[in-house]
Design a protein around this ligand. Structure first.
Ligand code: CP
Ligand code: NVA
Length: 308
């Protein structure tokens, strides 16, 4: 296969991940102040087309990948799986083989992580995970770029995740060892991260500590991270909202973190549920820089995948 897949952060080595972040910083800086549609110097992905398949809703992933390809001098085609024969039962494997004949790379947002893995196995072009039930690696690369931009040194930084131990949390767990930060996770036991992800962290010698309260997880943290209590595809909304209410990020909770701590949230957010407006719209919040950096981080991921 020409190129490389970007399915999960733990599949890449720390040097490659560092290179991706460095490239993201450099490319962002090089086009500061430009109109958003102008093509980067050298048009590194000229002549290349990315296909995007969405099985679930998206605002940021969809627009940022499309703009990423435009800025890199390439183009993109977007479809929802329900518009495709995939939605009528054509196999993931056949879809991967067919789309590989037209496209230079494919980004997929899937309900089931194993579908992205199957797609990657049968595709002959790079496949990028644009979020599954298990992980969201592109988001974490953008989040880490955002923290570095604000002067946070990732090695030794104390990150705290509170709420549901979900797909976004899993990608932070995978990244801990690769970037050398520690992650304190505060969740009720039944919404704790999956053992499989904790095993990955352990194997990589990542520092991930589990707590049953938000207060313990956040104590002294440099960064506090929240996400929705009900992810796309979760069927037990009521039970989750009730169990996770004590994990909401409030101004009082932020008081327990370091006084210069930042707040991250991948968005979309539900003010008054997982985070209070005073926090997400307050001075410690980096949520719109994070959203912007999806674009820059993904440009670097695309170039890494296509070796350009
Ligand atoms: N954060 C994120 O992935 O946003 P979208 O669901 O809007 O793509
Ligand atoms: N955990 C959320 C993230 C959305 C970007 C979800 O999977 O719905």
């Amino acid at each position: 296969m020409a190129g490389r897949h970007f399915i999960d952060i733990w599949h890449l080595d720390a040097v490659e991940l560092r290179e991706i972040l460095d490239m993201a910083h450099a490319m962002k800086k090089a086009r500061a102040g430009w109109p958003k549609g102008r093509v980067d110097v050298g048009a590194p992905l000229e002549g290349h087309t990315l296909g995007m398949i969405f099985e679930k809703s998206s605002t940021r992933t969809r627009f940022s990948f499309d703009m990423a390809m435009r800025q890199l001098g390439g183009s993109s085609i977007t479809a929802t799986s329900s518009d495709m024969q995939l939605g009528r039962g054509e196999t993931v494997e056949d879809t991967a083989r067919v789309l590989s004949r037209y496209l230079d790379a494919v980004m997929i947002r899937a309900n089931d992580h194993s579908d992205v893995e199957a797609f990657a196995e049968f595709a002959t072009v790079p496949v990028i995970n644009g979020l599954t039930d298990r992980s969201h690696p592109c988001q974490i690369m953008a989040d880490l770029q955002t923290l570095e931009e604000k002067g946070v040194t990732l090695r030794g930084a104390r990150l705290a995740w509170v709420g549901d131990g979900n797909n976004v949390c899993a990608s932070f767990i995978h990244a801990a060892a690769k970037f050398g930060f520690s992650l304190a996770v505060g969740t009720p036991a039944r919404f704790a991260p999956d053992d499989e992800d904790l095993d990955i962290a352990r194997e990589l010698q990542g520092r991930v500590d589990l707590y049953e309260t938000a207060e313990e997880a956040v104590a002294g943290a440099d960064v506090v991270i929240a996400d929705t209590f009900v992810s796309m595809g979760d069927k037990d909304a009521e039970r989750r909202l009730e169990a996770l209410e004590p994990y909401a990020v409030t101004e009082d909770l932020m008081e327990l973190a370091d006084k210069s701590a930042y707040f991250l949230h991948c968005l979309p957010a539900h003010r008054g549920e997982e985070v209070d407006s005073e926090v997400i719209d307050g001075p410690q919040s980096l949520v719109f820089d994070e959203a912007e950096n999806r674009l820059h981080a993904q440009k670097a991921i695309l170039r890494w995948c296509l070796e350009k």
